[in-house]
Write a protein that binds this ligand. Structure first.
Ligand SMILES: Cc1cc2nc3c(=O)[nH]c(=O)nc-3n(C[C@H](O)[C@H](O)[C@H](O)COP(=O)(O)O)c2cc1C
Length: 342
C-alpha cells in the first residue's frame, strides 16, 4: 500500500500520463487487469491545459473524462499561472480527481516555450508558488503531487533542492522521471538521480512519497528501481502501452518474488477488444478504428505469433470487422486455424 497524503493506494504502482494515450477508454482497460496481489494503484490523465478545461473545450473535456470505475484518478495540469492552475485544480476536484498533479517534466517546446512543464525546473520560486496556490484551494482530502525530471540539464540538476521546496510547499508526493529535459527520452533513466531525490525528501519529509519513473518494462525493472533508489512506488508509462497487464505482473512479482502465469494470447486479444469497445461506446466507431490502428504497433509484439496482424488491422473498415479479427485471437482454436492458413 502507498499513501499519497490522505489517499491510500492499493498498490504502489502508478500509470503515467502519456499525452495522446492515457484516456478513459485505455485507463479502464488497465484497471480491469487485476491479479491476486492487485493491479494499478493510481492512474493519471494526460496533461490538461487549465484554460481549456476551465472553458470546457470539448477536446480537453474528453481528456479529463472519467467514470465511477476509473478510480482513484489523478488529473495532471500544466501551466505557469498559479491562480489559473488553482482554479483548474478546483475544477479537477469537482470532476473526479482524487489527486491533482502538476506537470514539471514535459520537455516539449509547445509547453516549455510558455514556461510550463519542465521549464518550471528552472524557476523553482514559481514552481513553489503554483503548489502553494493549489494546496490553498483544494480540500484536505485531495493531495497535490508534482512530476519532475532530474533537472533541465546536467549543469542544473535540482535533485536535492526543488523536491524539498515542493514538499515544504505542501506536495504530498513527487514523481521523478530519471532523465534531464536535455536528455528528452534518450539514454537510460538514471537511478542514482532518483535515489538522491528519495534521500533529500526523506530527510526532511519522511511522509512524502517519492515515485520512481523511467524505462520500467518488466517486473524485474520495477524491483531494480525500488532497490536501487529506495523509492516508495513506481510509475510506468510506455511499458504499459504495450502491456496493460504489467501492473498485475509487477504486483505479483513484488509480493512473491516470482513471475505470475502470463496472460494467454486469447486474454490479451480480449483486452485489445475491450479497449476498442470502450472507444466505440465513448467516442464512436470511426475514432475507435483509427485509434486501434495506431495502437496496434504497441500491442502487436505481445500478440505474437499472429502473422499479418498489423496489416489486417490497417485494412479494417468497420467495428464488425475489428470484432471479427480480434475474435480470431480470442478463440484460440479459430486462431490456430488462421495461423495454419497463413
Ligand atoms: C508520447 C509521450 C507523451 C507523454 N506525455 C506526458 C504527459 O502528458 N505528462 C507527463 O508528465 N509526462 C508525459 N510523458 C512522460 C511519461 O509520463 C514518463 O515520464 C516517461 O515516458 C518515462 O517513463 P516510461 O519509460 O515508463 O515511459 C510522456 C511521454 C511520452 C513518450
Amino acid at each position: 500500500m502507498l499513501h499519497i497524503g490522505p489517499v491510500s493506494l492499493e498498490t504502489p504502482l502508478l500509470l503515467a500520463p502519456i499525452a495522446g494515450y492515457c484516456d478513459l477508454a485505455y485507463r479502464l482497460v488497465v484497471r480491469s487487469v487485476r491479479g491476486e496481489h492487485g493491479g494499478v494503484g493510481l492512474a493519471c490523465t494526460d496533461l490538461l491545459c487549465p484554460q481549456a478545461i476551465l472553458s470546457e473545450n470539448q477536446k480537453s473535456l474528453w481528456l479529463a473524462a472519467t467514470s465511477a470505475e476509473d478510480r482513484p484518478l489523478c488529473m495532471q495540469l500544466y501551466g505557469r499561472d498559479p491562480q489559473i492552475m488553482a482554479q483548474a485544480a478546483t475544477w479537477a476536484a469537482g470532476h473526479g480527481a482524487a489527486v491533482v498533479d502538476v506537470n514539471m517534466g514535459c520537455p516539449v517546446d509547445k509547453v516549455t516555450k510558455k514556461n510550463g512543464g519542465s521549464k518550471l525546473l528552472c524557476e523553482p520560486g514559481l514552481a513553489v508558488e503554483i503548489v502553494k496556490a493549489i494546496v490553498r484551494v483544494l480540500p484536505a482530502a485531495i493531495p497535490v503531487t508534482c512530476k519532475i525530471r532530474l533537472g533541465w540539464d546536467d549543469q542544473t540538476l535540482i535533485v536535492d533542492s526543488l523536491p524539498i521546496a515542493l514538499a515544504d510547499a505542501g506536495a504530498a508526493a513527487i514523481t521523478v522521471h530519471g532523465r534531464t529535459t536535455a536528455q528528452m527520452f534518450r539514454g537510460q533513466a538514471r537511478l542514482e538521480g532518483i535515489a538522491k531525490v528519495v534521500e533529500a525528501v526523506g530527510r526532511r519529509h519522511p511522509q512524502v512519497a517519492v515515485i520512481g519513473n523511467g524505462d520500467i518494462k518488466t517486473p524485474a525493472d520495477a524491483r531494480r528501481m525500488i532497490e536501487a533508489t529506495g523509492c516508495h512506488g513506481v510509475m510506468v508509462g510506455r511499458g504499459a502501452l504495450s502491456q496493460p497487464w504489467i501492473f498485475r505482473d509487477i504486483a505479483h512479482y513484488l509480493a512473491t518474488g516470482e513471475m505470475p502465469e502470463p496472460l494467454t494470447q486469447a486474454q490479451r486479444a480480449r483486452l485489445v477488444l475491450d479497449h476498442f469497445e470502450n472507444l466505440v461506446r465513448l467516442r464512436g466507431e470511426r475514432v475507435a478504428i483509427n485509434t486501434l490502428r495506431q495502437r496496434m504497433s504497441w500491442y502487436s509484439p505481445h500478440l505474437q505469433p499472429w502473422a499479418g496482424l498489423k496489416r489486417q488491422v490497417q485494412e479494417i473498415k468497420s467495428a464488425e470487422e475489428f470484432r471479427h479479427l480480434m475474435g480470431t485471437g480470442i478463440d484460440e482454436s479459430r486462431r490456430s486455424a488462421v495461423r495454419g492458413a497463413t
